[in-house]
Design a binder for this molecule. Sequence first.
Ligand SMILES: Nc1nc2c(c(=O)[nH]1)N[C@H]1C(S)=C(S)[C@@H](COP(=O)(O)OP(=O)(O)OC[C@H]3O[C@@H](n4cnc5c(=O)[nH]c(N)nc54)[C@H](O)[C@@H]3O)O[C@H]1N2
Ligand SMILES: Nc1nc2c(c(=O)[nH]1)N[C@H]1C(S)=C(S)[C@@H](COP(=O)(O)OP(=O)(O)OC[C@H]3O[C@@H](n4cnc5c(=O)[nH]c(N)nc54)[C@H](O)[C@@H]3O)O[C@H]1N2
Ligand SMILES: [Mo]
Length: 809
Amino acid sequence: MTNHWVDIRNADVILVMGGNAAEAHPCGFKWVVEAKAHRGARLVVVDPRYTRTASVADYYAPIRTGTDIAFLGGVINYLLTTNQIQHEYVKHYTDFSFIVREDFAFENGLYSGYDAAKRAYDRSTWEYEFDETGYVKADETLSHPRCVYQLMKNHFSRYTPEMVEKICGTPREKFLHVCEILASTAVPNRAGTVLYALGWTHHSIGSQIIRTGAMVQLLLGNIGISGGGVNALRGHSNIQGLTDLGLLSEMLPGYMELPWENEQDYEAYIQHHALKPLRPNQLSYYQNYRAFFVSMMKSWWGDTATKENNWAYDYLPKPDKTYDLIQNVESMSQGKMTGYVCQGFNMIASAPNKAKVFEGLCKLKWLVIMDPLATETSEFWKDFGDYHKADSSKIQTEVFRLPTTCFAEENGSVVSSSRVLQWHWKGAEPPGDALGDAEIMSNLFLRLRERYRSEGGAWSEPILKLNWPYANPASPTPEELAKEYNGSALSDLEDPRSPGKLAVRAGQQLAGFSQLRDDGSTASGCWVFCGAWTEAGNMMARRDNSDPTNIGQSLGWAWAWPDNRRILYNRASCDLNGQPFDPSRAIVKWDGKQWSGADVIDYEKDEAPSLGMGPFIMNPEGVARFFARARMNEGPFPEHYEPFETPLGFNPLHPDHPEVTNNPVARVFARDRKDFGTAAEFPYTATTYRLTEHFHFWTKHARLNAIIQPEQFVEIGDELANELRIVSGDTVRVSSRRGHIIAIALVTKRIQPLRVDGRTVHTVGVPLHWGYKGLAKPGYLANTLTPSVGDANTQTPEFKSFLVKVEKV
Ligand SMILES: Nc1nc2c(c(=O)[nH]1)N[C@H]1C(S)=C(S)[C@@H](COP(=O)(O)OP(=O)(O)OC[C@H]3O[C@@H](n4cnc5c(=O)[nH]c(N)nc54)[C@H](O)[C@@H]3O)O[C@H]1N2
Ligand SMILES: Nc1nc2c(c(=O)[nH]1)N[C@H]1C(S)=C(S)[C@@H](COP(=O)(O)OP(=O)(O)OC[C@H]3O[C@@H](n4cnc5c(=O)[nH]c(N)nc54)[C@H](O)[C@@H]3O)O[C@H]1N2
Ligand SMILES: [Mo]
């Protein structure tokens, strides 16, 4: 989240789109209820289904799955053509006036530089024009035909209300009503927030959907302000912590990036990330990348990481591609993977195209499962009749099950969607032979290291030299790990502002990431967590909920990254002179001498507004980008492409260009392409989702949950049900190109057919919680149906839009 849970109560307009917060985030949703009750906030829901969130909304508009870019692009067009934008904000805090290169182009759904054979772009033309001093050229009058404003206006002019209706199936007047409500926040004294989750991410164009949402919020001046933001309501209780710590194959802790195979040169890697300012007087905070990176390497490899060996840069793996879930399943199914470790991951249930996952698991030599429960994945080799057919005599995979504790059985921290790290204390002793994850991993590591030490082996150095500073090497404590992430001084540190003065003594915990050095004198496992465990102790364990300005900013409650900031880029809540756009919602302010207020400011306290530093300090421009330059794989402005399984078969924006029906840069394996179905055979759109009563695939092991939602059902709109002569309670077979499930039909008015470009699109709803292990009625896995294709930037699977047929059995 750019903002935080409590801050939702400060919004005047709340758009829930691409998520079902009342159901999937029922505790956090209370802040939506507060905003409605105490501010008269208006809640707008845009969802293919009339959800539990929609049932308490002020306004609901339906949308066809996978078409949110068209909808939000339509909102952008509406805001620009009716001139309802926050002018002062957009003018000073975004790239509106920047001039783009002359050879940048967009035609027939493709940007300049497309290579059809590689399904990728040469992105070099997606760039600004620079002057002799290296700064971006700008036209403050916004009239230059290649300034971002003009390019953007032109790009989105195609997203008319008629086009939105044609693509999304949202009736024109409903779409326009949503536009009006959102536009009411374009004024400085009204705030709107956007809450989203998987309805935006689970698409082959998911990242670009989120970008389009962010662009709407920028136009409205809703980012960096209280009651605003683009707020990802995240999933598992600590999934925010997972990305913070870089647990993705291409990431390092703190959103640093792992070097690629072609980045063997350390200096070039650093230069690529430590970007110099692109406009005068800008901070470009990532200029400190070297300090973050070197401190991480010191944390990992201690004394072995030296300036001479580029801080052990050679030890880092430099992959040729991402090793995401879809890639891994592909490698497995081709027999190219030897072993796999599933830690807290029930992949045969949660990954797309179950048949392919099964095939892959069967080709592994070994599979390690670390889980407190017996899962579908840990027993993939057993036969469960119709639900899961397996002949164990033909499966070679050796499966090791290591029972783990659950989070409540150990101390530790959990990072919430608000970026707040909260410490928790062990609530119970682990049962039986269960061990904590850290203990299991440590024991694996120590045994591996011993084998390398005694027997040698290829490239053993990174393992032999790994820093392992724990009191009991076989079981690091959560406290030790937390202190390590924060980091400490390795030698005495001088105060850079007053030379000669000691700031931190060797061995002491660091107070924050501004103390990190690039000369090897500091260590920090994750720079964004620096400040969480200082000399003053465990900041995550703080429980002071006082809120001095009564705006929901409890800076003494636990600790948020970065640097305990609760609202990111909060400088943008003030005008150029540092005065709040909306004094009733002030969070920071310049008082003539310094910055103060209810939140932590991004600047030095005495950085005067007259010096002209922009609010978006992580961008070298100092402002927010509408034009994403070369950051996104599809292009600098979002464009609508159809889901890979489209009910239309063409892209209404480009009906004559089949090459841009779907995302032209999504990675598609040949095997998966063969497994895509067409509307001729599978006429209905399907989407998968969760229910309050279950948590994924684990609560079916708990009797109470199993009782309240006992078995797989699918939701079918009453019109389609009539057509198919299905009534509630009937047993139906839902099939896709990849397989079928049998489920109970639930006929509902909550899913209505949509009129899309002259045809009717029916949506079938598939909740995802059941399987063949646990106490609920045994059944099929919903992911039997889903296609294996991912978003072109993140490889998040397209779980939310695919094609099925439905038959009564
Ligand atoms: N009770 C419970 N709570 C949970 C979980 C759980 O299993 N159970 N899981 C947690 C996890 S890991 C996560 S990631 C979050 C997920 O939180 P959500 O994303 O809110 O959960 P989903 O049920 O997947 O909801 C997605 C919603 O998006 C809608 N949708 C589908 N396609 C589209 C589309 O193309 N456009 C739009 N606008 N909407 C679409 C669906 O109809 C559905 O209402 O929930 C977390 N909370
Ligand atoms: N079709 C479809 N598929 C989806 C989704 C969808 O919306 N539609 N949603 C996707 C999303 S957002 C998510 S997050 C995934 C979820 O996919 P998974 O993460 O695979 O699903 P979970 O059932 O949450 O599995 C987590 C496992 O962790 C175990 N566990 C709990 N605590 C601990 C612990 O402390 N240590 C260890 N080692 N294990 C523990 C649990 O027992 C459980 O078996 O599913 C994805 N798959
Ligand atoms: Mo999730």
